[in-house]
Design a protein around this ligand. Structure first.
Ligand SMILES: NC(=O)c1ccc[n+]([C@@H]2O[C@H](COP(=O)([O-])OP(=O)(O)OC[C@H]3O[C@@H](n4cnc5c(N)ncnc54)[C@H](OP(=O)(O)O)[C@@H]3O)[C@@H](O)[C@H]2O)c1
Length: 229
């Protein structure tokens, strides 16, 4: 499987990259970002790109992709709807439209718990994520929407969002308690990565909107085909 990865420098993206590099079923990972990651791995090829509304200059690099894992995203805190929609909807759809015309391709989008499929609710971020999900689900590939709530950084992944970086050490300590009080709201970076690999091998089957319990359940079906973890 050849994977195209967006948001690799972020907390979720780092976790997904780790699982991809460990899994022998993944032949290659092309990671698109606006700055180099500074990582070296024989399976990894980095593309530094600045205009996330137009991927035509690098679309040739996407030719052999079997699965796109889209982990790019920002918090809506401090952002107006236009700015948030630009990054959330415009960037995601630009990437999706730059993919090869292959109905067998899988696209996994990380949205979030509470995403508003009706696009009419009161929360701006949830409407925008809902609009993004709906547009992806209508596209001619196998689209899967991941809606995690709280995510434990299982292998030291770091958020790119400064406020979250300060909060995560506290959340990590509280994780066992959070998991006990709200078992349906928690998952891990490892489970997200593994669940992405599982759904990418499903040929379009199974549920297409996955909340944390679904992500955890699918991740539990992940089987070795891996070089170690
Ligand atoms: N973390 C959580 O607990 C959580 C929970 C539910 C849902 N989610 C969703 O999961 C997704 C990823 O979250 P995360 O925690 O991994 O976020 P993160 O650590 O802040 O990483 C964000 C990623 O998006 C990229 N990005 C942000 N703004 C960009 C821009 N203007 N142009 C190009 N790239 C940009 C960042 O690249 P740079 O390194 O270049 O900034 C980074 O790779 C988001 O959509 C988030 O809403 C996260």
């Amino acid at each position: 499987m050849n994977v195209l990865l967006f948001g690799t420098s972020g907390m979720v993206g780092q976790g997904v990259l780790r699982e991809c590099l460990l899994d022998d079923r993944v032949a290659s990972v092309v990671a698109v970002g606006r700055a180099p990651l500074g990582l070296s791995d024989t399976k990894l090829r980095e593309i530094v790109h600045t205009d996330f509304t137009d991927f035509s200059a690098v679309a040739d690099e996407f030719a052999d992709v079997d699965a796109c894992f889209f982990c790019l995203g920002v918090t809506s805190a401090g952002k107006g709807e236009e700015e948030y929609r630009h990054i959330t909807y415009d960037f995601t759809l630009a990437a999706a439209r730059a993919l090869p015309d292959d109905p067998g391709l899988t696209f996994v989008y990380v949205s979030g718990e509470g995403t508003d499929s009706s696009e009419r609710g009161r929360q701006m971020w949830a409407r925008v994520k809902g609009r993004t999900e709906n547009a992806l689900l209508a596209m001619p590939f196998h689209a899967y929407m991941f809606r995690p709530g709280f995510i434990l950084a299982k292998h030291g992944e770091q958020s790119r969002t400064p406020a979250y970086r300060r909060l995560y050490p506290v959340f990590s300590v509280l994780y066992p308690l959070i998991r006990r009080l709200a078992p349906n709201k928690v998952t891990t970076t490892e489970n997200i990565g593994r669940a992405m690999l599982v759904v990418a091998g499903r040929g379009g089957g199974g549920e297409h909107i996955l909340r944390s319990p679904d992500i955890n359940r699918v991740a539990a079906t992940w089987t070795p085909g891996q070089s170690g973890s």
